[in-house]
Design a protein around this ligand. Sequence first.
Ligand code: RAM
Length: 328
Amino acid sequence: MKLFKVLAATTAVAVLLAAPAYAQTRIALVVKSLGNGFFDAANKGAQEAAAELGDVEVIYTGPTAATAEAQIEVVNSLIAQQVDAIAISANDPDALVPALQRAMQRGIKVVSFDSGVAEEGRQIHLNPSDTALIGETIIKLAADYLPEGGDVAILSAASTATNQNAWIDAAKAALPEKFPNINLVATVYGDDDSVKSTDEAKGLIAAYPDLKAIIAPTTVGVVAAAQVVTDQNLIGKINVTGLALPSEFKQFIDNGASQAVALWNPIDLGYSAVMLADQLIDGKEAAPGETFSIGRVGEVTLDDTNAAAMAVPFQFDKTNIEEFAAIY
Ligand code: RAM
């Protein structure tokens, strides 16, 4: 595999021939669940990284439902296929550790990205952005449009999701000092499933008549909540905000169900995860303080848990969502 890489690097013709049929290095991009536009965008970036690297094939895979149990089955099958690396966005920080440790014992490199696994279950974790900043951002997105304050609720993804839970903890930590008049009345879980997220959004609206905002730090939940607010003629009464994929969410900025949302570039996130995995395959060791290239996105330095963060989130509102909706 590595011999091929050396040959490919030294021979322009070999690089041209190194299309997927000749690919020797296989990196699996394991997502929380398939059918989620956020991960389709991450896969787009992962495929871009593979094309740039030349001898890498990216296998885009994941379960149909966003559960750790289903992801364990996917990981076991990838171990059997002897892939070279797994880049995973985890539905649970701990449940996947034994399967991923088995993978590492067999020489498979493991990176978590987006939603992490505990340190002992991976070599590197790539956060999209600083966790405290995301936590504060999701509250600020609601608070900016609530000068008098009021009741807000969070509609999250899976109750075990590493990333959402970390952001919600950070949001709660920011509330008392930075947003004293914002009253978080409930946190519910839609499991990154449209039907469950819709039901949970309806439940919040029924249970909290004074609700002023629904904050959904998930691209699946935020669409479901905005659709419910639209369908129930609550535009102007309840502002839906959180983390949204502009291409899926533009309609709800346009119709006023939402004033503003935020997100980072999911294409860059998938691209960067593959770049990190490829360097591990090449023999680079993950260690605190070590700097890794993430190709066209730049570089990251690992912290003392071998984790790093990509970039600050962008905010989207009616002034710019059209531009971003054309990209992801
Ligand atoms: C959903 C997933 C993903 C998260 C985004 C914001 O697509 O839960 O893990 O990063 O939302």
